[in-house]
Design a protein around this ligand. Sequence first.
Ligand code: PEP
Ligand code: MN
Length: 337
Amino acid sequence: MIIVMASSKKEDVEHVVQRIEELGYKAHVIVGVERTVVAAVGDERGKERLTALEALPHVEKVFPILKPFKLAGREVRSEDTVVECGTAKIGGGHFCVMAGPCSVESKEQVNLSAQIVKDAGATMLRGGAFKPRTSPYSFQGMELEGLKLLWSAGQAVGLPVVTEATTPEQVAIVAEFADMIQIGARNMQNYGLLRAAGKSNRPVLLKRGMMSTINEWLMSAEYIMSEGNPNVVLCERGIRTFETETRNTLDIQAVPVIRKLSHLPVIVDPSHAAGRWELVLPMACAAVASGADGIMVEMHPNPEVALSDGQQSLKPRRFEELMAAIRPLLDVMKKTL
Ligand code: PEP
Ligand code: MN
């Protein structure tokens, strides 16, 4: 249920929160520009008792949230959410470019990558330390050492960093060394991991599962938000279809669909969608034109020797070309980098 406050006064909001909790619901306060609402989330069966809160003088109205995603949906918040991640802002007109190698491979490789993406205009540094690989025999990442290398490479150039946690146990250590926790496509429905990320105070980048519907994806965002973490950024990274020419099929329609259903920022990862470097620039342009709030792109100083995803990684010069290609489109879409 949504409780729309007639008053935004702290004591009035606290009073409503207390009443909601007494009725056995979780209260989430959402402060908008025009109004403050409190979402009461829990067992739907007792909702009549929440309706009674309408009698309070500082409550304007109480109505049900119709969609299954209660906190992620537009019903509860009509304005776009802006997620802040260190110096980067994502959503509400702020466009974010997360770029860097698929995996952290060495100190030199990650430092050089950080410098290249920073000079070209990226706003965040990416790099995997704990890698979710399809084969147990593939390179699994540099783990804690990689995490520390990524963090210091980001510090050196002044870019916030985003990296993946693959288990609930990794969330705390990733939160210590990264500005944003990535949940990968293979883990989109790992509910223990979603809950752990929801308890963390770092923003979360939630990739769409390669076989997941938009509804399932938003329900996964809901898991994170229901634990108290409102800072979720969605990432469309391609889904599995019958097509074999590309690694996945970029579902670009997901961007305007998400923007209609949810207030959360949505970005596009053209690298994992395409699986081939030459498709990354046109799909990055498509992402901007579709209304996305950012892109995530793999860039490697020397893709021929990359330990993972070399075939889809851009060389430094090609990454600069991508940045030059999207800038005029960002102006058209009234987005700022
Ligand atoms: C990645 O970003 O390196 C990654 C593994 O992506 P995905 O989870 O989308 O496959
Ligand atoms: Mn990759």
